[in-house]
Ligand binder design. Sequence first.
Ligand code: NAD
Length: 337
Amino acid sequence: MKNILVTGGAGFIGANFVPYFIENNPEYHLVNLDLLTYAGNLENVSEVENHPRYTFVQGDICDRNFVEELFQKYQFHDVIHFAAESHVDNSISGPEAFIKTNVLGTFNLLDTARKLWMSAPNQYNVGFENSRFHHVSTDEVYGTLGETGLFEETTPYAPNSPYSASKAGSDMIVRSYFHTYGMNVVTTNCSNNYGPKQHDEKLIPTIIRKAIKGENIPIYGDGKNVRDWLYVLDHCKGIELAFKTGRSGETYNIGGRNERNNLYIVDTVCSILNELQPKSEGKYQDQITFVKDRPGHDLRYAIDASKIENELGWKADENFESGILKTVRWYLEKFKK
Ligand code: NAD
């Protein structure tokens, strides 16, 4: 049995990934390390809590001593690193936590692996030789696009928010551990995810929550900002594939070719709600209100996923319309409780 460390597995994407990975990879025992910040919730992984190949550990990736002890205890074969501060709005009001967790935390994991491997290569080889260190990152590191063009893996980094800057910093540290120490690293940069288990603060859960409570549904600016939406399980499948078959030192963009602006997202969610849970009077669209735009709000993100599609054979299973229907149904159930 190989031990794999998954960081941030009680957050949105990690909590979709953990049960999926355990189910599909019987040769692994998965250790989920999560600090359980406001964004982490063990209910998100309740379906695996008693699984024999699953262990949850609460702890901070920024705590170097703790990380070293954990690596020594489990002698991990691989790491998949999700843990991060992830909400752009919070990075504007309080950037420090983002720099700490996303930059220092990532460095701690990499450097612990390096130090242990250098001290006893036969005992600890996580992230070296055939053991992988997979870093989960975002397309926001590329900055913003105009009306046309796509982010490719060669697009220069130009992060605009403290969140994306901290993720860009972490990507660069990962890169340097490949070039300097020969670590077996892969980074995936993914577009906006949506689906079950996302924190209530994010766009789609906010729309659904406010809509069914009869509150105003806020849209930043004119609602014309475009994001490339990907169903979370398709992201998880892309991570698993790149983790297993990606070339060491490479980065892979993951995106579903589903460019939609915020107005379209809100309108689609409202239309599904009109069908599934009609209001006694009027439509959910009547609750839409425009609010002051977020500072530094990037206009458009869109991913060119040709590299992971052509080289590794990944393809999104869900289109936006099928994925969003599943998603709205899931949140309606959740908010009913
Ligand atoms: P999330 O905020 O929902 O979850 C992050 C998890 O990390 C939480 O469970 C939190 O408790 C944990 N965490 C935070 N600080 C920690 C620390 N110091 N030590 C240990 N655990 C800590 O985030 P998410 O949306 O699931 O994103 C996961 C990863 O995917 C992030 O690295 C993010 O940058 C990346 N990503 C997200 C998206 C998206 O659309 N959500 C898109 C592309 C990439």
